[in-house]
Write a protein that binds this ligand. Sequence first.
Ligand code: LMR
Length: 392
Amino acid sequence: MLERLNPAAPDALLALIKLYAADPRGDKIDLGVGVYRTDEGETPVFAAIKEAERRLVTSQASKSYLGPEGDMGFVEGLMPYVFGKDDPSMGGRVQGIQTPGGTGAVRIAVALAKAAGITRVHLGVPSWPNHAQILADLPLEMAPFDHACADGTANADAVLQVIRDARAGDAVLLHGCCHNPTGIDYTPDQWHEIAAALAASKALPIIDLAYQGLGFGMEKDAHGLRAVLAAVPEALVAYSCDKNFGLYRDRVGAFYAVAQDGSQLPAIMSNAAALARANWSMPPDHGAAAVRLVLEDEALTAQWLDELGTMRRRMRQVRDRLAAAGRVGTLDLTALGSQNGLFSMLPLDKDRIARLRSDHAIYMAGSGRINIAGLTQGNLDKFIGALADVAG
Ligand code: LMR
């Protein structure tokens, strides 16, 4: 029976981690998978998380089951950051559950949308490859539209057209901030246009907020999401703490439903809980419990926000240096300075990406995506020189 299985293509991004690890060259540069790195190339545990983990070890009396919704203190503790501190539950219209990372949250969001009658999901491309993989697995039809213009800015006309043309049964999956893989976000004005278009559309908004705090800060990075939520009757939100709390392998995320009316939430959330139960039963506790302890403690919260600010400033410095390089061979790096978060894309073909790897020990995704945080003051010159070599 099992011999009938054809080999599945490995996830290219995850395969890159292993290729990089196996390269013996001392000056190799990893611009592959999206993890933050310091200027020393480390991905340390946040000090605020370390302290929360210490407290968890001493205070946690039991590891007995919590249920498919996970740690509700964590889920509710995040809500002021996501939905705004003035009215985090939007008048009782928002509820959530904990999920294994942002992937689990996206999975619940699209599976719930499908159960509610969504048949097609519009997705700006390029997008995070797992978006398409999850939609294909459900399956749900994916309708692509162009996310970006050639000049490195967002193609707002494309998304507005899709929203205006949407029919009943359509959803639109949007990145809340720090677009993965392009780093190209809608401007605040464009978000307001998108919000107004969604308010008049049949499309259900699904917003993936996986990088809050890595662009302009926790408040500003929620601007687009909040503009949409203020305008539409209902929406679904997928949230990840993997990056902004540095908890990658602990898999910390949350799914939120924004209902037309709070009275609909028990039915909606019972479906979300049933999907969680069938997929993973209950989410892993440790990372979410650590985030909850950070959010419950004013001093730890301040420390976490400070650490997040340091990350953000370092990525801006890298972007500024890349932008200052301007034209490098056939490439123009200027637009990278006004993009956000961990990623940007370089218009390099497969041969050039392969040459960067073979000749310069530089590892990046086959799409041309680079992880900005893989660049440091120590390796930026080498990187720009290598680009000049392959794109000359
Ligand atoms: C990435 O895009 O590199 C990250 O979101 C990690 C992942 O799960 O793909």
